[in-house]
Design a protein around this ligand. Sequence first.
Ligand SMILES: C[S@@+](CC[C@H](N)C(=O)[O-])C[C@H]1O[C@@H](n2cnc3c(N)ncnc32)[C@H](O)[C@@H]1O
Length: 449
Amino acid sequence: MTHTAVPSKRRGAASGREIAEARIESFSHDGRGVARIGGKATFIEGALPGETVRFRYLSRHKNYDSARLVEVVTPSPDRVTPPCPHFGTCGGCSLQYMTPAAQLAAKQQVLTEQLERLGKVKPETWLAPLGGPAWGYRRRARLSVRLVPSKGGVLVGFREKRKSFIANLDSCAVLTPQVSALLPSLRKLITSLSCPDRIPQVEVAVSDNETALVFRHLVPLTENDRAQLRAFAEQYDLQVRLQAHGPESIESLSPENPAPLYYRLPEFDVSIQFRPTDFIQVNAELNAAMVHQALALLELKPNDRVLDLFSGLGNFTLPLARRAAQVLGIEADAELIEGARANAARNGLNNVEFRAGNLYDEAGPVPWAGYTFIKLLLDPPRSGAIEAIKRLAEPLPERIVYVSCYPATLARDAEYLVRVLGYRLVAAGAMDMFPHTSHVESMALFVRP
Ligand SMILES: C[S@@+](CC[C@H](N)C(=O)[O-])C[C@H]1O[C@@H](n2cnc3c(N)ncnc32)[C@H](O)[C@@H]1O
């Protein structure tokens, strides 16, 4: 179906001010509505599939145009009023104008489209999209801080949309409620320090037992600064840590000997300790559901030997070790490897091994050399896992579960697994790890015929 754009105000395409009207057909991988105008795709920020909208062109290209919503002429039933007062300014969550259910459906559609278009593959079945809490889900965040006297002083928040400005937040509906409620006091605290212009960020980590804040400071803090930060930690029952240089410089300020941070995966009787700056999956409830689904799809048997690539602190490795005979986790970050080994020991698991290795290396011995395995779990960063996949050799694993945070690389890797290695893409489905953002996490199951 094609639609005709009706220009209502012509000031010339080059000026980027032209306004037109069109019906939205689909959703792009980065969360924009897509209209086809004269056969050419126009990506319209803020527009939803099924809607007729008026929009303003932002830029014109040979194969596509970009535009921004001006007015919704016929709204979609999936449209809601964004509940957050910072919507539109803060770059944190741009899809708040859709119901959470519609966001998840749109993410499933993005996954379908990317698998088909980029990977030329289609799963035999679709997994029901995996959703979790839509609000208050972020247990890890990096808050930016900046002193801007012309905007009233210290700003604490996330970056503004497409700008390097900081959107000052009085509250944030995706951070945990305790951290959200803290934002105004945090701003006051930083304002009262001797160097508010030398505190570029505060990292937030919420564990099952504690909340920790890590203040990055570019100049030494005074005794008075330290006293204020201690008082803040005590008043709000938080851990405050200080970071003068790289992550290795982090020191505990208050309490001096803080309780270790951990999260639990009760289904597997596993507890995972982490440092406040370590990678952990952001959404606790969704993570538990994701680990459950990954292990169910692997159909683990007590004699199985499993390989877990990009294993981090053991989020999948340790649950796998509870259900399988032996697991090998491979990860590049030596400190995460150390943490993962300690986690295995604390959980009394001795059927698990961790090796440090660069999984993007294309030469040299494979990091899993000498280890035989029948099942494989992959959880790579956005760049995907093609280098590791290309190094798989006979006997190939019977089942592969691929957890992806970027559908384009999943699609590319799926094509190789299916066309070159002969796997069936048995199932795939989206997961809403980051509601209200356009991030698409997904899981796919590959089985050897
Ligand atoms: C999406 S995280 C997954 C971590 C873990 N599976 C979890 O669920 O918490 C990806 C992991 O890949 C690791 N990584 C990044 N580049 C790597 C590389 N070249 N080789 C091996 N691991 C790498 C990161 O350190 C990170 O721990």
